[in-house]
Write a protein that binds this ligand. Structure first.
Ligand code: ZN
Length: 139
């Protein structure tokens, strides 16, 4: 394993053990998605005001890839405009399909190795599918 892969693995484990923006807020609308093939079960919320994503919340249970990527996603998209966020979401999906990643994905770059494991694609995208739906509902 090279240094970059080690760094990425550490970053994923850090977000798994210390998730950012975890816990739902009663006043926000929730999007809930399940991945039966892995047992991932996730709820995501986006609070959008004047075209800016002011808050992102998530909660759920599942594998380290799905749970950590929810944390990474929340950190990356919070504070972005709706337009920027929807662009980054598409860039993330493209990276997981093996395309050259957009450096603006920051910590989410850690998941580029998932492109080699198509079975984990759903795990790595479940939180992103949920936030995409939440943003589109709230924009
Ligand atoms: Zn999973």
């Amino acid at each position: 394993m090279n240094d970059l892969e080690t760094l990425y693995r550490q970053l994923i484990m850090d977000h798994y053990k210390n998730p950012r923006n975890k816990g739902l807020k009663e006043e926000y609308e929730t999007v809930h998605i399940k991945n039966p093939s892995c047992g991932d079960d996730i709820s995501v919320q986006a609070y959008v005001e004047n075209g800016v994503i002011k808050d992102v919340r998530h909660d759920g249970h599942g594998c380290s890839i799905s749970m950590s990527s929810a944390s990474v996603m929340s950190q990356l998209l919070k504070g972005k405009t709706v337009e920027e966020a929807l662009g980054l979401i598409q860039d993330y999906y493209k990276m997981l399909k093996g395309e050259e990643p957009n450096e603006d994905l920051e910590d989410a770059l850690a998941y580029q190795g998932v492109a080699k494991f198509p079975a984990r694609y759903k795990c790595a995208t479940i939180a992103w599918n949920a936030i995409e739906e939440a943003i589109n509902k709230n924009k």
